[in-house]
Design a protein around this ligand. Structure first.
Ligand code: ASP
Length: 347
């Protein structure tokens, strides 16, 4: 039910949705928000209040950084009490990373924060941006019979689908359906109505106050395995000065080569207090390290199983936990727990 007294803050960070074509080079470049507003008279016709906050300058999301995530959190914190929900317009390229990071930076969230964008600029006839934006705004304003927000989560809305943000990954560079949530059900599907999947929606502990975590530790690396990977490459990753966390992208259900030099380097990293998290390169399914001998070896040297977490969420979770000042043993413990619905923990 749309609350006609609702106030939604629309935060424009950049991305294709507001870009225009450079007449000389033909490349799409960020443009200012007045372009978006003039192309979206529909916003004025919504039956609730929408106010806007603009990032200046707007960015291509390939330029997103920890400091830009911190700015996004700051805008939400500053305006948290004043608004019922937030919509962040963001480029699709790194939207899944931003969704994962913000999900850990915003703790005990009790209002919707919806990221959306588009694959075609809003001024193009065939743009996907209008529907994405209008529906995201409606979801941000939606309340249940008791007046509580229906989706008090950090989500991505694209192409009729509402997804938990830290479960998403960008799967298509061309199609309007750019995102998928391979290991978790959609939170809502928009057809004639918006149909919410209420049992899938996370309600964090409502007795606890919302908390804004700004510190992220940047000393992380993603090491993607491939057949023929050399010891120099593995060593270069694992000996980065100050390194604290590694997202190890393995094969299938969490397998890696077991040759002695590889296992020795991983063991050495773990012994130096680096947290190594095993995430599968597969889009669907989960890490089960004890299934094969090759996975068991990793488990024995102290690698943490990431279950069905995405690379984006594993990275963000490590950044956030070390950023909060946890010690490696505490981080390992917490990597096994679902903090924001980012993993499916099987008992
Ligand atoms: N390069 C753009 C960005 O991520 C693509 C998009 O908006 O979809 O900012």
């Amino acid at each position: 039910m749309i609350d006609t007294n609702a106030n939604v803050l629309l935060i424009y960070t950049g991305g294709t949705i507001g870009m225009v074509e450079n007449t000389e080079s033909g490349a799409l470049e960020p443009f200012n928000f007045s372009h978006l507003r003039s192309n979206m008279p529909e916003i004025k016709r919504l039956n609730f209040n929408v106010e806007t906050y603009l990032f200046d300058p707007p960015i291509d999301s390939s330029d997103v950084s920890i400091s830009i995530w911190q700015q996004m959190v700051k805008v939400i914190e500053t305006n948290y009490l004043k608004y019922d929900g937030f919509v962040i317009l963001h480029g699709t390229d790194t939207m899944a990373y931003t969704a994962s990071a913000l999900s850990f930076m915003l703790e005990n969230l009790n209002k919707p924060v919806i990221l959306t964008g588009s694959q075609l600029p809003i001024g193009k006839m065939r743009t996907d941006g209008k529907e994405n934006l209008i529906t995201a705004l409606e979801i941000a304003a939606d309340k249940d019979e008791t007046g509580r927000p229906i989706v008090p989560e950090l989500c991505i809305y694209m192409q009729k689908l509402l997804m938990r943000g830290n479960r998403t990954t960008k799967v298509n560079a061309d199609h309007f359906s750019a995102f998928n949530s391979p290991n978790y059900p959609y939170l809502a599907e928009a057809g004639l109505d918006i149909r919410y999947n209420k049992t899938a929606i996370l309600r964090q502990n409502e007795d606890r106050p919302v908390c804004f975590n700004y510190e992220l530790d940047r000393y992380m690396v993603v090491l993607k395995l491939f057949p023929g990977i050399s010891r120099e490459v593995v060593r270069a990753h694992l000996t980065i000065p100050g390194l604290r966390g590694v997202v190890l992208e393995t094969y299938g259900s969490g397998n890696s080569p077991i040759n002695p030099w590889f296992m020795e380097m991983i063991r050495d990293a773990v012994d130096r207090g680096i947290v190594v998290v095993n995430v599968t390169q597969c889009l669907y399914g989960s890490v089960v390290m004890h299934r094969y001998e090759n996975g068991q070896r990793l488990e024995r040297v102290g690698v943490i199983g990431g279950y069905d977490i995405t690379t984006e969420a594993a990275l963000a979770k490590l950044m956030a936990l070390f950023g909060k000042g946890y010690q490696p043993d505490e981080v390992k413990e917490l990597m096994y727990q679902s903090l924001r619905g980012e993993i499916t923990v099987r008992s």
